[in-house]
Design a protein around this ligand. Structure first.
Ligand SMILES: *Cc1c(COP(=O)(O)O)cnc(C)c1O
Length: 475
């Protein structure tokens, strides 16, 4: 493809992209496909000869698109959102066009310096304390792994990197029973062993009970373990429960344990001063992660990782082979030493585009409206007989279930809700996911799409309610 053809197709695609964003609500939010349906439409071997862009694009529309779940669909209430926005998409186009590697300052000076500035902007926007320094990672899973590895190396005097684990390195990591599954994975990868991940009990709001954490740490010390790291959560995945960050920080300091805060989803809400109570005491934490790629309108991937002791991070990850040495090494950030991969995408650009396009006030307005939608839903469900709220609603995730009193056992209620969820998701109109709270099947409704409106939420809820109610009545 030459640049003349590229120009023509890029214009075509720009039109297609704008049409898609305008009409995404007309697609079924989840596709009516079965496993293997897409693959069997794809040739078993790569093409021997060149194919035209027209035929590639036609297959995109006819094979790929009908097999996609539409995350930006107004009926998408599942998981947590992975929002995009117009400025973010435009920046991604430029990132791809520049095709730059952002591993060291010299490899992309402007990318490195923009990233530094964007992390300062985000830190200040979220009200994180000054000593925190930020770097963009691909995902929260990686950010938390980076935190655990840094804690491990800091604790061992950077010895485990050198000699591997010794018999005295009997580390323990703590999170609540509601901690994200990526923590399990990270603990395994970090060589700590999943048996050394302690899941601390939660209270009736699903927040970690600090006294239980302290008891667990004390018991472990008595048994000869080394408490290494506590991972608290602002906004758990099941129900956006908020751990008491300040109290956990205090315990961590008392026992010299690294405190990492996982605010992957809910961190974005800290741009609202009225929501800052969620992070009270965060100045006592050692590291913090949130994902602009979830709720801050910056398309996947972009995870903002902050660390207080930047040198500990760098000491953990730095490598300096001859071919990567540059004359500026002492003057600049070489982000290759701030995480796992060497090669890095230019992710700061989309943050810059998004933050400038909305402004802090525009971002605040959107997040505030999403939280209002969540509160509207909570009130609505609270007032609806046969619908039960299953967790507090601090933000815009509502956990609920249908319970018409016709079912006699919890098992029947679970089965009914599982069937309702399946019917809802088969409709193509809405997409929700489930979780379990106190061993009960719970449906999750997240009201946080970039362009979602109260009307979208009301329409979605009406459909969910009518479907659920009629299925309960058929019992
Ligand atoms: C989504 C989520 C994660 C994982 O995020 P990735 O960026 O996909 O790795 C971790 N923790 C919490 C609380 C989450 O909600």
């Amino acid at each position: 493809m030459n640049t003349h053809e590229f120009r023509t197709h890029a214009h075509e695609l720009a039109d297609w992209m704008a049409d898609y964003l305008e009409r995404v609500g007309e697609y079924p939010v989840t596709p009516p496909v079965r496993p293997g349906d897409i693959k069997k439409q794809l040739p078993v071997a790569a093409p021997e000869n060149p194919e035209s862009f027209a035929s590639i694009f036609q297959d995109f529309r006819e094979v790929i698109l009908p097999g996609m779940t539409h995350w930006q669909h107004p009926g998408f209430f599942a998981y947590f959102p992975a929002n995009n926005s117009e400025p973010s998409i435009l920046a991604e186009m430029l990132t791809a066009t520049l095709g730059a590697q952002c591993m060291v300052w010299l490899s992309s000076p402007a990318a490195e310096e923009l990233e530094e500035r964007m992390m300062e902007w985000l830190r200040d926007m979220l009200g994180l304390p000054g000593p925190f320094t930020g770097v963009i990672q691909d995902t929260a899973s990686s950010s938390t792994l980076v935190a655990i590895l840094t804690a491990r190396e800091h604790r061992s005097g950077y010895e485990i990197n050198r000699r591997g684990f010794g018999p005295a390195d009997r580390f323990r990591v703590y999170t609540s029973t509601q901690g994200h599954s990526s923590i399990d994975k990270d603990v395994k990868i970090a060589g700590i062993g999943i048996e050394n991940l302690v899941k601390v009990e939660v209270d009736e709001t699903f927040a970690m009970i600090p006294s239980r954490l302290e008891m667990a740490i004390q018991e472990d010390i008595t048994e000869g373990f080394v408490p290494l790291c506590v991972i608290s959560t602002i906004g758990t995945t099941s129900s956006t429960a908020i751990d008491p960050i300040g109290e956990i920080s205090r315990i961590c300091r008392k026992y010299s344990v690294w405190h990492h805060v996982d605010a992957s989803y809910a961190g974005t809400a800290l741009i609202l001063p009225e929501i800052r109570w969620m992070s009270d005491g965060v100045e006592g934490a050692d590291s913090f992660v949130f994902n602009p790629h979830k709720w801050m309108f910056t398309n996947f991937d972009c995870s903002a990782y902050f660390v207080k002791d930047k040198q500990a991070l760098i000491n953990t990850f730095s490598i300096l082979p001859e071919y990567l040495k540059t004359p500026e090494d002492k003057l600049v950030n070489n982000y290759r030493d701030w995480g796992i991969p060497l090669g890095r995408r230019f992710r700061a650009l989309k943050l810059w585009f998004v933050i400038r396009t909305y402004g802090i006030s525009g971002l605040q307005e959107k997040i505030r409206s999403h939280i209002q939608y969540g509160q509207w839903l909570k009130q609505e469900m609270h007032n609806t007989p046969g619908v039960e709220l299953m967790a507090p609603v601090p933000l815009n995730l509502v956990c609920f279930r249908f319970n018409s009193n016709k079912q006699t056992t919890e098992k029947e209620v679970d089965a009914t809700n599982a069937r309702i969820l399946e019917a809802l998701n088969r409709s193509g109109k809405v997409f929700l996911t489930q979780t379990k709270l106190n061993h009960k099947v719970v449906l999750r409704f997240v009201a946080g799409q970039t362009h979602t409106s109260l009307e979208d939420i009301q329409n979605g809820w009406r459909f969910i309610y009518e479907t659920g109610r009629s299925m309960c009545n058929e019992q």
